[in-house]
Design a protein around this ligand. Structure first.
Ligand code: HEC
Ligand code: HEC
Length: 431
């Protein structure tokens, strides 16, 4: 599949409300394509993950399932539905896309000593997978899901590394990536070092496990329409194969709305992922990997999706692309989508000025609430969006990624803002 993936889909879930478009590095005709070292990284340690049967098994399950490592790091068989990885080439890497002289390469991560990762240390893997820095110190770019993999629990990370070191070596020499110089610069500061252990969620709780899997897989990156007017997180509308001449395909709505997965039960969901809806689902949806997950894990994923705030936005790739009033783009079913007005809820607008201010999440992302002409506006980094009351102390808005609400501290002062997506995300009010 020759798709300049690094220009398109596979967003990184930074945070609920603020996630903006994936930066699009279109081209620049300069000659300096030197690969730059990451600016913020940590020294490598000599950590060694002990090889155990349990880790080998778990690592195999994760890498071939929810983490879809070989969908990118292998040649794929385009004669089969879903383009599964070619078994004999697993981990051998692949050129993911080429645009003019630029290219994105998923390196050979199989244990081949000459052309692959045979000489890398365990921490080179660990740092690349969860912190976005390659074995050679370069900042890794978008198609590599390190930002969502940063949610991977320590033991799961160990399992994946142990397993990858056990797969058969694949001899496959690949060129290095070649990016426009300003994209290299932009990347330099992007890695994020982990500051503490990442615990494994309570596996007895299907919802918690589902949230873990959805976050690690970055379903939201693909399944949200970042490019038009955002219909809401997980509401679909992200174009795959942007800037290519491949037939356009749009991600679909995964929220529990009638235009999304409201009518789906576990059996329907499992069947859709296992079979790629009878082989009809496009290969940009990594079902060829997800189908290897257990019924239990797939059911957990659906459980987590079912608690998302519903988003009204249908995408049907079997229909021709027509104008969509909701996301402002052209996609299958678009012309049939109607904007549903938010419920007209009465609220005490005299409280509004108390909400105004800046709010920050633990990652330092800042949202601003503005009070203007008796109305509330939210700024997530793009244009100001109008907040409409949809319930007691709950607001939504056209183009807003998630509904929001406000919390007060014991003294009654507004202290936080909450965004609702796969988990509730808290932003503290800045003084
Ligand atoms: C959507 C595609 C994609 C998926 C899925 C993916 N990777 Fe990657 N990976 C890449 C790309 C592309 C790069 C190189 C990025 C760059 O050079 O900017 C990369 C880089 C890496 C590196 C660093 C290689 C080096 O040169 O140091 C490692 C290690 C790695 N990936 C392991 C994994 C593992 C393990 C998984 C599954 C847990 C995985 N990747 C899933 C695309 C992917
Ligand atoms: C790389 C992008 C990408 C990722 C990651 C991704 N999807 Fe998809 N998904 C798509 C696209 C595109 C479609 C539509 C394909 C088509 O219609 O042929 C789709 C379709 C689906 C469908 C079928 C929906 C329907 O109404 O037919 C389901 C269910 C689904 N995805 C669930 C998930 C889940 C759950 C995750 C995370 C575990 C996920 N997807 C991750 C791109 C992605």
């Amino acid at each position: 599949m020759k798709t300049p993936l690094w220009l398109l889909t596979a967003g990184i879930a930074l945070c609920a409300c603020t996630k903006t478009k994936t930066p699009e590095s279109t081209h620049v005709p300069a000659d300096d394509t030197t690969i730059l070292q990451a600016a913020n990284t940590r020294p490598l340690t000599d950590i060694k993950f002990e090889k155990t049967e349990a880790r080998l098994k778990r690592g195999e399950y994760l890498a071939n399932g929810i983490l879809q490592c070989f969908i990118c790091h292998s040649e794929r068989d385009s004669t089969q539905a879903g383009f599964p990885p070619v078994a004999a080439k697993k981990g051998g890497g692949a050129i993911l896309g080429q645009l003019g002289k630029f290219r994105m390469v998923a390196p050979n991560i199989s244990p081949d000593k000459e052309t692959g990762a045979g000489n890398w240390t365990d921490d080179m893997f660990a740092r690349a997978i969860r912190e976005g820095v390659g074995h050679d110190g370069r900042a890794l770019s978008l198609p590599m899901y390190w930002a969502s993999f940063s949610n991977l629990a320590d033991e799961d990370l160990a399992s994946v590394v142990v397993y990858l070191r056990s797969i058969p070596p694949v001899k496959n020499a690949l060129p290095q990536r070649l990016l426009p110089p300003e994209r290299e610069k932009e990347l330099q500061g992007s890695p994020k070092m982990l500051t503490g252990p990442v615990a494994f969620p309570d596996t007895a709780d299907a919802l918690k496990k589902g949230i873990y899997l959805v976050k690690v897989a970055d379903c939201v990156g693909c399944h949200t329409g970042w490019y038009g007017t955002n219909p809401g997180m997980f509401g679909g509308g992200n174009p795959m194969y942007k800037n290519t001449n491949h037939k356009p395909v749009w991600s679909t709505n995964l929220t529990p709305d009638p235009t999304g997965l409201a009518g789906w039960d576990a059996a329907t969901f499992i069947n859709a992922i296992r079979t790629g809806k009878g082989g009809t689902l496009d290969a940009s949806m990594p079902w060829a990997a997800y189908r290897n997950m257990s019924d239990k894990d797939l059911t957990a994923i659906l459980t987590a999706l079912k608690r998302l705030p519903p988003v009204n936005h249908r995408v049907l790739n079997s229909l021709p692309s027509t104008d969509c009033a909701i996301c402002g783009q052209k996609h299958g079913y678009g012309e049939h989508n109607k904007i549903k007005p938010f419920p007209n809820v009465k609220t005490d607008t005299t409280l509004y000025n108390q909400y105004a201010g800046k709010y920050s999440n633990p990652d330092g992302l800042v949202l601003e609430i503005k009070y203007k002409d008796h109305q509330l506006l939210i700024n997530e980094g793009g244009p100001d969006l109008l907040l409409v009351p949809i319930g007691n102390n709950r607001f939504n808005g056209i183009g807003l990624a998630t509904p929001v609400s406000f919390e007060r501290d014991k003294s009654g002062k507004v202290s936080s803002l909450i965004c609702y997506w796969i988990e509730d995300e808290w932003f503290k009010k800045l003084p």
